[in-house]
Design a protein around this ligand. Structure first.
Ligand code: GUN
Ligand code: ZN
Length: 435
């Protein structure tokens, strides 16, 4: 059998460590070459050193002047909220009532779910996001539609059925038993089928009974390599509600802890109103925080504390949280993350933000070596970034004096227009000039 060998020339950037804690965090090859064989990275390095190793006749795709980097990873997003992004509301709880629940109601219809899943995935790819942790709705059909669309595109995606058996409209309510039954059937159908991975997805503590949380925890123990995703400590009114509903818990995240849901592969959205004990628990259980700055600013939820999270050693990544998030673009998410950090008195270098959107996320998901960088043997999910995508980007990036300045301009000024092409497992799944 002959292998499928492809090579890509451009400026190569990928991470091998967290720049917040290591001086040698990244590999940068201004004139670089990425060699992909059968959908996996075979080598990444200097063009001058590597091109001689290519068998005669190998086509080299020329992206000179552009950046090649691993695809972005968005660790918290709701595909059923695509059509209601940018809906006005005064905060989280009224926003859920007025827009979210009515929108999610429509996903009992497989046709509707398939239609939105197609648009959603194409939009992610246009923004350079190749992996996401995705909330579906309470309907198992919404999960089938999502994974079918993702499988068709060859993407590594994590998703799950929302479990929700109280404090929500009847039309979106499951029961503790039905949610566990449906979740287990979906795990068996989708988890590790091709590139699909399953996440056990209780929406958040207020919409689950203790029995539902208990069954979710039991599934998490029975299937330890599945993911868990939920929301925690997003908003002060929500936190007060959780204190009322769970008076015996030490804190909001302790509710999940007491049901066995703090473990590797558990992804907690928001994590704004945590205390030191909570952060320590996250670090020691290798539970991860998905930081959602555009959503937190949009809903007025609060400001994530990067410094305290880093002091505790919590696994961190960036996420859009569409539809409360206001952009599918991880570049725009970095832009807002940077400003959130400034408002908290800390500083987020661009290198750190690109790390958080690639290798940091892969580590948070226990997927280092599979996605998130160009380690040899990793899946070849990568993007081509165009520093000249807009007249302003062209002007600013032509004057940048360092890699940090170049990345900073891309993060602050860039969006979907800066993504020239997206590849998943070595196959082109988006090209800007063709859409
Ligand atoms: N908390 C519970 N559900 C949601 C949701 O859909 N979006 C956000 N931002 N927070 C939530
Ligand atoms: Zn969310």
């Amino acid at each position: 059998m002959t292998s499928n060998l492809q090579a890509y020339r451009g400026s190569l950037l990928h991470f091998v460590a967290d720049p917040a804690f290591n001086d040698q965090s990244h590999n940068w090859h201004e004139d670089g070459l990425l060699i992909v064989e059968d959908g996996k990275v075979q080598a990444a390095g200097d063009y001058a050193a590597l091109h001689a190793t290519l068998p005669a006749g190998t086509v080299v795709h020329d992206y000179s002047g552009k950046l090649l980097m691993p695809g972005f990873i968005d660790t918290h997003i709701h595909y059923p909220q695509t059509d209601m992004i940018a809906s006005p509301s005064e905060g989280l709880l009224p926003w859920l009532e007025s827009y979210t629940f009515p929108s999610e109601r429509q996903f009992g219809d497989s046709q509707h779910a398939a239609n939105v899943a197609d648009f959603f995935l194409d939009e992610l790819l246009r923004c350079g996001t190749t992996t996401a942790m995705v909330y579906c709705t309470v309907h198992p059909e919404s999960v089938d539609a999502f994974f079918a669309a993702s499988e068709q595109r060859g993407l590594r995606m994590v998703a799950g059925k929302v479990m929700m058996d109280r404090n929500c409209p009847d039309f979106l309510r499951d029961t503790a038993e039905s949610s566990a039954r449906d979740t287990e059937a979906l795990i068996q159908r989708w988890h590790k089928r091709g590139r699909s991975l399953y996440a056990i997805t209780p929406r958040f503590a207020p919409t689950s009974t203790e029995r539902q949380l208990q069954l979710a925890g039991e599934l998490a123990a029975a299937y330890p390599d599945t993911y868990i995703q939920t929301h925690v400590s997003e908003n002060e009114a929500e936190c007060a509600w959780v204190r009322e509903l769970f008076p015996n818990s030490r804190s909001y995240i302790d509710v999940y802890d007491s049901y066995g849901m703090m473990r590797p592969r558990a992804m907690y959205g928001h994590c704004i109103w945590l205390n030191e004990h909570d952060r320590r628990r996250m670090a020691e259980t290798q539970s991860a925080a998905a930081i959602c700055p555009t959503s937190n600013l949009f809903l007025g939820s609060g400001l994530f504390d990067f410094e305290r999270a880093d002091d505790a050693g919590v696994l961190l990544s960036l996420a859009t949280d569409v539809g409360a998030g206001t952009s599918f673009s991880m570049l725009q998410t970095m832009n807002e993350a940077y400003k959130v950090a400034r408002l908290k008195g800390s500083y987020l270098p661009a290198l750190r933000m690109f790390y958080l959107a690639t290798l940091g996320a892969a580590r948070s998901m226990q997927l280092e070596g599979t996605i998130g960088n160009f380690a040899s043997g990793a899946e070849a999910d990568f993007i081509v970034i165009d520093p000249q995508a807009t007249p302003l980007l062209q002007r600013r990036t032509s004057r940048s004096n360092s890699l940090e300045e170049l990345l900073f301009a891309l993060a602050l000024l860039g969006d979907d227009r800066a993504i020239a092409a997206t590849y998943a497992a070595g196959r082109q799944v988006h090209a800007r000039d063709m859409t």
